[in-house]
Design a protein around this ligand. Structure first.
Ligand code: SAM
Ligand code: F21
Length: 266
């Protein structure tokens, strides 16, 4: 079995609800302080999108998992949003939420917070409905394939990619991490945008019975990987995880946020 096949095997035990519980339910998901990691992530995404440069026809989220928070600002600026994940259980979790099915995860605190950031006084349910309408497809993805979405989208056809905690969480080593980045970048148009959130120096995380290995990356590794993938960094920010947030579900030390653009010539 190859190292990539071993990673795929480890994801067979991934439990979406346990993963959501570990990372996206208060108190770990804290909205009471603007200094919290969740508020920081949502603010970074909001401020990048508020500049008005990130817009177009197609937005693709790579490795969505069972989460939608990562799209709450970007989706407003695109005609169509496509969500993706490797696991059917995650795609099913997303479809439960998209279809307002009983038992779907409650993302309302996230919508309320982003509506507050946007400052238009919009009811959060209006924004929720709009996102549910704009997501056109929830499809399989494998970042270790040269065509990560299979034949679903042509190379160079995507205006913006979003990805959060995916590449480092399913790459067995830095060589695979680099190749996966280059694979996903092929989806972007020249000058296309990439909004990328990830874990710094993390080696594992838990999702129910699953213990997933993570390739530890540093700020320098991420920046060099983007340069090698022929992307220009527009913004690079980091957040140091406070000790109080270290509860044993992972060993993450910090979070990075990147706004990057694919080189015009590639
Ligand atoms: C840590 S979760 C990130 C979920 C979500 N984006 C977030 O921000 O919490 C990593 C995700 O990568 C997905 N994944 C695993 N192997 C993958 C692969 N080969 N290609 C793309 N995604 C993969 C998993 O199914 C999982 O949903
Ligand atoms: O938003 S987070 O930064 C976050 C959110 C998700 C994840 C991690 C961190 C780290 N492990 C990842 C596994 F790939 C998943 N956060 C960590 C502190 S408490 C609230 C959740």
């Amino acid at each position: 079995m190859s190292s990539i096949q071993a990673v795929a095997e480890s994801y067979r035990l991934f439990n979406p609800r346990a993963y959501l519980q570990n990372n996206y339910v208060p108190p770990r998901a804290d909205f009471t302080s603007d200094d919290s990691i969740m508020c920081w992530k949502l603010r970074r995404l909001h401020e990048a999108c508020a500049k008005g440069e990130i817009k177009g026809r197609i937005l693709v989220d790579i490795g969505s998992g069972p989460t939608i928070y990562q799209l709450l600002s970007a989706f407003e600026h695109f005609q169509e949003t496509i969500m993706t994940d490797y696991l059917e259980v995650n795609r099913q979790e997303l479809k439960m939420w998209l279809n307002n099915q009983p038992g779907a995860f409650d993302w309302s605190p996230y919508f309320e917070h982003v509506c507050k950031l946007e400052g238009k006084g919009e009811p959060w349910k209006d924004k929720q409905k709009r996102l549910q309408t704009r997501v056109s497809r929830v499809i399989p993805v494998d970042i270790h394939k040269s065509s990560p979405l299979g034949g679903e989208l042509a190379p160079g056809s995507v205006d913006c990619l979003v990805s959060s905690f995916c590449l480092e969480a399913c790459s067995p080593n830095l060589e695979a991490f680099q190749k996966a980045l280059e694979n996903v970048v092929t989806l972007l148009k020249p000058q296309g945008h990439f909004l990328w959130i990830g874990a710094l120096e993390e080696s594992y995380y838990l999702a129910g019975e699953a213990r997933l290995s993570v390739v530890p990356v540093t700020e320098d590794i991420v920046k060099k990987a983007l340069c090698t993938a022929k992307c220009v960094v527009r913004e690079f920010s980091t957040y140091v995880i406070p000790p109080s947030m270290k509860v044993g579900v992972d060993d993450v030390t910090g979070i990075f946020f990147v706004w990057a653009q694919k080189n015009a010539s590639k």
